[in-house]
Design a protein around this ligand. Structure first.
Ligand SMILES: Nc1ncnc2c1ncn2[C@@H]1O[C@H](COP(=O)(O)OP(=O)(O)OP(=O)(O)O)[C@@H](O)[C@H]1O
Ligand SMILES: [Mg+2]
Length: 293
């Protein structure tokens, strides 16, 4: 078996209802909000009920991406002023947003108790949703770490730049130090093609294996896409602007791979759900290039 294939964790994500997914990154601007918003939209289009949370308290911009004139839902919910149902703004029939609009933070970055309380309350209050997706701020904070650690899955966003790989590794290392069994998977964004995804995967794996003796899990990659830029300019989800383009396919595959029973498209795997969507090679099917011999 290739050293690049799965060695940690189950193939499908541990599933409780709702399933909590945290989108995190070391370096800023790597596409967390783009991924969170478009992944939520894809889940919604697959009939799943999604609660999208803008956990980037100070610089929340999911409401801008979605062109939604919404309330400061997360702050109101955390303060207890409103119930979850009163705090959300519907973006579509299936996707609700708990927004951070004003930069008026619900709690400080070092308030681990408030962060843990939020996760616990959501597990109780968000039972009508299939998925809860946290779009976090970049970098490391205690509150973010608690929310991520309290999630069923973390997607660690990284782009094909050494600084991003290095920062992602630092965050991954911290997460593993806190809890080695945390299901934290790498999602490589803004790839010009498969080679760049392999480059990131190789570099990251080499670091994690050498210094932590951990083989990380890769959830897949998303291409650098002019259609994504157009969707940002149009303040719409990619699916609405370009229902058929490679990046939309990537988000579709990503969503399906994260649903119960979905599996990773790792090297050599035959993901029938992926094959059903398209005969083209899935971006997540990164070939084992034999880096480790
Ligand atoms: N796959 C992609 N293809 C093309 N452009 C992209 C892609 N992903 C992200 N971008 C561009 O990068 C910008 C920054 O993305 P985004 O705001 O999601 O990053 P972020 O990680 O959430 O940043 P921050 O750390 O500041 O919260 C987007 O507005 C978009 O223009
Ligand atoms: Mg963001």
């Amino acid at each position: 078996m290739s050293k690049l294939s799965l060695k940690r964790g189950p193939e499908s994500v541990r599933y409780t209802s709702p399933q909590l997914i945290s989108i995190v990154s070391g370096k800023g601007g790597v596409g967390k909000s783009i991924v969170a918003y478009n992944l939520a939209t894809q889940f919604g289009s697959l009939g799943k009920k999604v609660l999208l949370i803008d956990a980037d308290f100070r610089f929340g911009n999911l409401h801008i991406l979605a062109n939604s004139n919404c309330k400061d839902g997360l702050r109101d919910y955390v303060s207890g002023e409103t119930t979850l149902a009163q705090s959300v703004t519907m973006l579509s029939g299936n996707v609700a947003l708990l927004a951070s609009v004003s930069g008026d933070i619900p709690f400080e970055n070092d308030n681990v108790r408030a962060a843990a309380d939020l996760v616990a309350r959501l597990r109780r209050d968000a039972s009508r949703y299939d998925l809860v997706i946290f779009d976090h701020s970049s970098g490391i904070s205690e509150a973010m770490t608690v929310m991520a650690q309290g999630s069923d899955l973390c997607l660690l966003a990284v782009v094909p730049e050494l600084a991003s790989i290095s920062d992602a590794y630092s965050l991954f290392k911290l997460f593993m130090q806190v809890n080695k069994s945390l299901d934290c998977r790498l999602l490589i964004n803004r790839c010009q093609g498969e080679e760049e995804a392999v480059f990131v995967r190789t570099k990251f794996s080499a670091l994690a294996e050498k210094f932590m003796s951990v083989t990380p899990i890769f959830q897949g990659w998303i291409e650098e896409s002019t259609e994504i830029k157009s969707s940002v300019a149009a303040q719409k989800a990619l699916l609405a602007v370009r229902p058929e383009c490679p990046a939309t396919d990537s988000f579709n595959r990503l969503a399906i791979s994260l649903l119960p029973g979905g599996s990773l498209t790792n090297p050599g795997s035959d993901n029938s759900q992926t094959k059903r969507i398209t005969n083209k090679m899935a971006p997540a099917e990164i070939k084992d290039v034999g880096i480790y011999g």
